[in-house]
Design a protein around this ligand. Structure first.
Ligand code: MCA
Ligand code: AMP
Length: 514
């Protein structure tokens, strides 16, 4: 195949008989079938949207920013952006105006697609940033995008792309300063997806339960690409609800989730071996999977969860083995480097760590991004002189070659699979009247794995109200970033250098939720 467009590989994997079901949307609370979309319909609708985009005469490399609820039509929009040769920029639906304003201002998309309910606040943001067109896409697939696409042809020649051309930009928050857009090429995404498809034994008879959001690597790339590149059917939920997943497990063969999804499924007394008898694979990632969850899952279902590890900048890096011949799936580890991915552990002087010694995890491979959008300096900082990407994760490689993640050098909280950067939340808190300083930490949480907690110091003669502070945060930032608790204290613990000792705060509040 000469055309390196990821969509060319995806469409080449469509089954010969395109009348079969590619995606079945299902009610996210009951699991009941809502609508079936054939491969043919997927092809036709992505063609229409791709033709609509092409008709706008956008410059080469234009970004299409999307903040819509999850629907099959939203998946089609993603595929259409690839097909038309533009760059997809997904945004978490929880982001509010200030957050979206930053992404739109930074990425300068030519097109924005949003939910009709957000149009009133997104339109002015888009206008101010010089966005050429704003379309709407609602939960049921309606809106101005579908209306405009309806007038376009259902055939479209896939745009020619080179392997290194950009396919998507995924924003990841920064430990200091603002979010950075990780630039992923068609080759980054395709090479990783083909590796996973192979390594995890995908075939066209698989049926994937897709209940993750599609604005992050896990749901958008890992889950969707594996199914699409295998010609396998997806059962598509607009959001995760254990009740609906339990209802459809007997119809499925593969499930992917962040650890919180497994914890919530285990909380349902109906989860059993019988229910999972047609399943062949449960994949977990995006956050550490507790060994208790790993063990409980095996006991209840008879299946051993396959834990893997990745990042927005790299897609998937390591995976526990799928085939028993390659080794056992070991809880508490993220498995082996995937074929084509190199992983090393380095100490703070940049020297390689021996087996079982803890250091910074560095990676290399055709899956690794080319850099951060318009941030060459940041990009340079995150790579070693010999071209390895510094993940910011801390870990080791054991004597059997399994990678174990023990922590992070980046000040990051992962809550329910979403990343929350304390520096960003502290910025908002510090801007509030009467706040002298603040520290945001992550503490163990039974449902989200980790939850954010804010510890705030008031200015002299100021009285702070924790409830009001939480309400203000809620009005400004994505809800999952809002700390679950705010503590007002007289001072923060500091070391001799004057640096806040977050480890002491984490110890103090370690048992808050567990
Ligand atoms: C929701 N809430 C949360 C979170 N989600 N709080 C902390 N962390 C969260 N993740 C809070 C809301 O703020 C709200 O609080 C209340 O819970 C209910 O919100 P709702 O949206 O109804 O929650 P939910 O539907 O139960 O969502 C929980 C969830 C969701 C299903 C676990 O967070 C989720 O889908 N997580 C998956 C994220 C994911 O796909 N990550 C992959 C990133 P209030 O009522 O007070 O406002 S990709 C990645 O990390 C790398 C590359 C990788 O390796 O995959
Ligand atoms: P993101 O910025 O959303 O791409 O998140 C990537 C980060 O999620 C990684 O750098 C890790 O810290 C974390 N992560 C992903 N998968 C795992 C896993 N299986 N175990 C522990 N941490 C993980």
């Amino acid at each position: 195949m000469n055309n390196k467009n990821l969509y060319a590989a995806i469409s080449a994997a469509f089954p010969a008989d395109r009348s079969g079901v590619a995606v079945e949307s299902a009610d996210s609370s009951t699991g009941a079938t809502l609508k079936r979309y054939s491969w043919h319909a997927l092809d036709e609708q992505t063609a229409r949207i791709a033709n609509l985009l092409a008709s706008l005469n956008l410059p080469e490399g234009s970004r299409v920013a999307v903040q819509t609820e999850k629907s099959v039509e939203a998946l089609m929009l993603y595929l259409a952006v690839l097909r038309a040769g533009y760059v997809y920029l997904p945004l978490n639906t929880a982001y509010q105006a200030a957050e979206v304003e930053y992404f739109v201002g930074n990425a300068e998309p030519a097109v924005v697609v949003c939910s009709p309910k957000s149009l009133s606040w997104i339109q002015p943001i888009a206008q101010a940033a010089g966005v050429a067109r704003v379309f709407t896409l609602d939960d049921a697939g309606g809106g101005t995008l579908a209306e405009s696409a309806a007038g376009h042809s259902a055939t479209h020649t896939i745009a020619e792309k080179q392997a290194d051309d950009l396919a998507a930009i995924l924003y990841t928050s920064g430990t200091t300063g603002r979010s950075k857009g990780a630039m992923l090429s068609h080759h980054n995404l395709l090479s990783n997806a083909l590796t996973l498809k192979d390594y995890w034994g995908w075939s066209s008879i698989d049926v994937l339960i897709h209940s993750l959001p599609i604005f992050h690597v896990h749901g958008l790339f890992v889950a969707s690409h594996c199914a699409l590149l295998s010609g396998a059917k997806m059962i598509w939920f607009s959001k995760f609800d254990p009740n609906a997943v339990i209802a459809r497990l007997p119809d499925a063969t593969v499930f992917m989730g962040v650890p919180t999804l497994y914890v919530r499924l285990l909380g349902d007394a109906r989860l059993s071996r019988e229910l999972c008898k047609n399943m062949r694979l449960f994949v977990a990632g995006s956050a550490p999977l507790l060994i208790e969850t790993f063990n409980d899952w095996r006991e209840r279902t008879g299946h051993t969860i396959l834990e893997r590890y990745g990042m927005s900048e790299t897609a998937m890096l390591t995976s526990n083995p799928y085939l028993a011949a390659h080794g056992e799936r070991r809880g508490g580890t993220v498995g082996f480097p995937l074929p084509g991915v190199q992983v090393r552990v380095s100490n703070d002087k940049g020297a390689a760590c021996p087996i079982n010694e803890i250091g910074g995890i560095e990676v290399k491979g055709s899956n690794v991004f080319s850099g951060y959008w318009r941030m060459p300096e940041k990009t340079k900082e995150e790579f070693t002189a010999d071209g390895w990407f510094k993940t910011g994760d801390v870990g080791k490689i054991d004597e059997r070659g399994y990678v174990v993640i023990v922590g992070r050098s980046k000040d990051l909280i992962i809550s329910g699979g979403y990343n929350v950067y304390p520096a960003e939340i502290e910025g908002y808190l510090n801007d509030m009247p009467g706040v002298a300083e603040s520290a945001v930490i992550g503490v163990p949480h039974p449902d989200f794995g980790e939850a954010g907690v804010a510890v705030v110091v008031a200015k002299a003669d100021s009285a702070l109200d924790a409830t009001a502070m939480l309400a203000e945060l809620k009005s400004k930032i994505a809800n999952f970033k809002v700390p679950k608790r705010v503590f007002i204290v007289s001072d923060l613990p500091r070391n001799a250098m004057g640096k806040v000792q977050k480890n002491l705060l984490r110890q103090e509040h370690a048992r808050l939720f567990v």
